[in-house]
Design a binder for this molecule. Structure first.
Ligand SMILES: [Mg+2]
Length: 178
């Protein structure tokens, strides 16, 4: 059916049936501030290719990253990011390199240029429908508008940090979603 890829979330891999913690990438576990500064804020003209190329070099944000690793002993981690689907290989390589045991990675779909809080909330809604009794105990995201929408869906969300730069990233991903 033509509608299947838009309406159905990706099938889970290695499901253990444990409860779930949702984790965002940029500004939550991955620190994008260097490439923001270098490619978006400093140059007179924004260097998008450089910004995206260096995604894999982002260091982890230690406090949150370590907390997520601790949570992963008890819960399954599902990554939910506003990064466009086309950056899945880079995102999965980063998670593997840093040994984040992500059960699955949910990403902004091709052609979805809506704000992150809309795109991500739809992914969360679909995920909730697919969980067969497993609970989402917590979400971690650096963007207040995203957390506000998750909360409306009944998912407890901790806004881990917030900055103007994170808004800039959101805009970039919307543009690159096509
Ligand atoms: Mg973020």
């Amino acid at each position: 059916m033509a509608t299947s890829s838009r309406t159905r979330p990706p099938r889970a891999k290695n499901t253990t049936g444990r409860d779930i913690v949702i984790v965002d990438m940029d500004g939550t576990i991955a620190d994008a501030t260097r490439r923001e500064r270098e490619f978006l804020l400093k140059p007179r003209k924004k260097n998008w290719p450089g910004f995206f190329r260096d995604m894999e070099l982002d260091p982890p944000i230690p406090a949150i990253f370590n907390h997520v690793m601790k949570l992963s002993r008890k819960y399954d981690i599902i990554i939910l990011t506003g990064r466009p689907e086309k950056y899945r290989p880079q995102t999965e390589r980063w998670l593997k390199k840093h040994k984040v045991p992500a059960e699955r990675v949910l990403m902004r779909r091709k052609g979805d240029s809506r704000p992150d809080y809309e795109a991500k909330t739809d992914l969360l809604r679909e995920l909730k429908e697919s969980l067969l009794g497993r609970k989402i105990v917590l979400a971690l995201d650096d963007r207040e508008p995203v957390c506000a929408e998750y909360t409306k869906l009944g998912v407890k969300c901790i806004p881990v940090a917030s900055s103007a730069a994170n808004q800039l990233i959101n805009e970039a991903y919307r543009e690159m979603a096509g």
